[in-house]
Design a protein around this ligand. Structure first.
Ligand code: FRU
Length: 516
C-alpha cells in the first residue's frame, strides 16, 4: 500500500457542482448544434471547444480518450477534461465530464496530462494545474504545477483529485511548465514534461519517483536546438523496434516558436519527432533531424499509449489561428483517427490507422478506372458524406504534372484537392478552392525512393468536415479541416497536364462511431 501523503490540496470550488454546470452547458450547445461538418467517425465533443488528447489508455478492457474541453463556448477557455470510452476503438460511448478546475492550484484550468496504471492496478492521472499569477488574467504570467488524480471506478469516469505533486521552481522557469507524460522505465516511475527555462529555451525535464507522489527532478532530457523555439508542449517519449530488432527511442513534442522554412513548420506551432537512442540517466541522443508527425494544416498535441505491444497515437486537429466555421455550429475540434506507430524498413516513423478502423467500412466498391486523360475529370462518387478512398497511382505511367482527387466538391464549385504533384515531388492537400475556412495548401515531401517506386499509395479519409491522407503506409500523413458548401459532396478524379495512371481505386463507406 502506498501511504505517502499528498502535499497540497486546496479546494476552492465544488468539483461535482462544476461538472454538473459543465454538462448542462454542453447540452445547451449540443441542442443547437449544426451537423453539416460534425464528424461521423472522429472523436469530438457533443458541444463546446476541445483540444489535446489526454490520459489515453486501455484500462480494464476499455479504451479511454480524455481531452481538453471548454464547455462554455466554442473557443478556448478555462479547461476541463472531457471523456469518451470504447471496447474496440470503433464504437464509442460518451462519458461525463471528468475534471473541472476546482482546486486553488488549478483555479484557471486542468491542463493536459497522461494516465498510467500503478502497481496496485489503479489508474493514475498526471496533469497540469493552471493558475494566473495575479488571479485575474495572464498579463502577469501563469503559475503551472503538476497535479495527480486517481480513478475511483473501473470505467475511469470518476476521478479523485490528489493535489499538487510538483511545484514550479519559478526562478528557473519562464512560466511554461506543463503536460506531464508518465511511464515506468526499468521499474522506476518516470515523468517528463515541457518547460520554457528562464532563458526561454524549450526543454523537456525528466523526473523519477518511487511512490508516484514524491517526484525528484533528475535532468534535462532534451533541449530544442532551434533558438526560436521557446516551449515544447505535450511531450511524449517511447521505444520502437527497428527492422533489425534494435530499440530506438522516438521523442515527440509540439514546439512553439519555430519559424516556417520551406515545407517545414508552416503552422503556428508544430508537432514533430526525432528518432534516436536513450540510456536512462542520460539525455536523449537524436539520430535524425526533426520531422513533422503530420504535414497537414490542422494537427497538434499528439499523445500515445501502449497496449498489446502496440503504440497508438491520437492527435488533435487544431484550427490554429484561422477562422474555424464549425465554431458557429456549437462545437469546435476533433481528434484524428487512432494511429499505430512503427518504424518502417526505411528506418523512419510511420503512423497508420489502427486495423480496427477497417471495421468501420461498409459497402466497398472497386472502380475499374485505369486512367484519367489530360485535363480530364472523372466522377467517382456523387455524394460522399463519410468515406475512405484507397487510390494507388501508377507512377511509371503517370505523365500528369499534378493529379489526384477532388473531395467535398460541391455544386458551387468549391472542393479540397488531394493531389500528387510530380513537379514538386510532393503529396498536397490544397484548399485553394475552399468556400469557407482557411485556403492555402500543405505538402508532404516524398523521398527519392518513393518517387522512384512503381506506385504511390494514398488512403484518404473524408469525414463531414475533414480530410486525412495517409501516404505510402503512413510514412507521411496530412490532416486538414475542409468545410463543404451546401448540396451534394462529390469525389472526382482529375489530371492536369498529362495522364494519371491508376493501378486501383477502392471506395468504402464509413459508418458512425456512435458519438453524433
Ligand atoms: C497544447 C496546450 C498544452 C496545455 C493545453 C491547454 O495545445 O497548450 O500545452 O496543457 O493545451 O489547453
Amino acid at each position: 500500500m502506498m501511504t505517502t501523503e499528498y502535499p497540497v490540496y486546496h479546494e476552492i470550488r465544488d468539483e461535482n457542482e462544476e461538472i454538473a454546470k459543465a454538462e448542462a452547458a454542453i447540452d445547451t450547445l449540443a441542442m443547437q448544434r449544426d451537423d453539416r461538418w460534425y464528424p461521423k467517425f472522429h472523436i469530438a465533443s457533443d458541444g463546446g471547444w476541445i483540444n489535446d488528447p489526454n490520459g489515453l489508455c486501455r484500462y480494464k478492457g476499455r479504451y479511454h480518450v480524455y481531452y481538453q474541453l471548454h464547455p462554455y463556448g466554442t473557443q478556448w477557455g478555462p479547461m476541463h477534461w472531457g471523456h469518451v470510452s470504447s471496447t474496440d476503438m470503433v464504437s464509442w460511448r460518451r462519458e461525463p465530464v471528468t475534471m473541472a478546475p476546482s482546486l486553488e492550484e488549478e483555479g484557471q484550468g486542468v491542463f493536459s496530462g497522461s494516465a498510467i496504471v500503478d502497481d496496485e492496478g489503479k489508474l493514475r492521472f498526471y496533469y497540469t494545474g493552471e493558475r494566473y499569477n495575479n488571479g485575474v488574467d495572464r498579463t502577469d504570467g501563469q503559475w503551472q504545477v503538476q497535479m495527480a488524480a486517481i480513478a475511483e471506478d473501473d470505467d475511469a469516469t470518476k476521478l479523485k483529485k490528489l493535489g499538487m505533486v510538483i511545484d514550479c521552481p519559478r526562478e528557473k522557469v519562464s512560466e511554461h511548465f506543463r503536460d506531464p507524460k508518465v511511464w515506468k522505465q526499468d521499474g522506476v516511475w518516470t515523468m517528463i514534461h515541457g518547460v520554457s527555462d528562464v532563458k526561454g529555451n524549450g526543454q523537456l525535464w525528466l523526473y523519477t519517483s518511487e511512490d508516484m507522489v514524491n517526484w525528484t527532478f533528475q535532468y534535462v532530457l532534451f533541449e530544442d536546438p532551434d533558438p526560436d523555439v521557446f516551449m515544447l508542449e505535450c511531450p511524449d517519449f517511447f521505444p520502437l523496434k527497428d527492422k533489425d530488432g534494435n530499440t530506438k527511442w522516438v521523442i515527440v513534442f509540439s514546439a512553439m516558436g519555430a519559424k516556417p522554412k520551406g515545407y517545414m513548420n508552416r503552422n503556428t506551432s508544430n508537432a514533430a519527432y526525432m528518432i534516436g537512442t536513450w540510456t536512462p540517466g542520460e539525455p536523449f541522443k537524436p539520430e535524425t533531424e526533426l520531422r513533422l508527425l503530420d504535414c497537414g494544416a490542422n494537427y497538434y498535441a499528439p499523445q500515445s499509449f501502449e497496449t498489446d505491444g502496440r503504440r497508438i497515437m491520437y492527435g488533435w486537429m487544431r484550427p490554429f489561428n484561422e477562422s474555424a466555421p464549425m465554431q458557429h455550429d456549437g462545437w469546435c475540434g476533433q481528434m484524428t483517427l487512432p494511429r499505430e506507430c512503427f518504424l518502417g524498413e526505411d528506418g523512419d516513423l510511420h503512423t497508420v490507422p489502427v486495423p480496427e478502423v477497417d471495421n468501420l467500412r461498409i459497402n466497398t466498391f472497386e472502380h475499374t478506372v485505369k486512367a484519367v486523360e489530360n485535363n480530364e475529370e472523372k466522377l467517382v462518387l456523387e455524394d460522399a458524406e463519410a468515406v475512405e478512398i484507397e487510390l494507388n497511382i501508377n507512377l511509371k505511367d503517370t505523365t500528369a504534372e499534378r493529379a489526384g482527387l477532388k473531395v467535398h466538391a460541391t455544386p458551387d464549385g468549391s472542393y479540397t484537392y488531394v493531389a500528387y504533384d510530380a513537379q514538386a515531388g510532393t503529396v498536397v492537400v490544397d484548399r485553394q478552392a475552399a468556400a469557407r475556412g482557411n485556403r492555402g495548401y500543405r505538402a508532404a515531401v516524398l523521398t527519392a525512393d518513393e518517387l522512384a517506386a512503381d506506385e504511390l499509395q494514398l488512403r484518404v479519409f473524408v469525414d463531414r468536415g475533414s480530410v486525412e491522407v495517409y501516404v505510402n503506409d503512413g510514412l507521411h500523413v496530412l490532416s486538414d479541416y475542409s468545410y463543404p458548401s451546401e448540396g451534394e459532396r462529390a469525389v472526382k478524379l482529375c489530371s492536369e497536364s498529362g495522364v494519371l495512371a491508376v493501378d486501383s481505386l477502392t471506395v468504402h463507406d464509413i459508418k458512425s462511431i456512435g458519438l453524433e
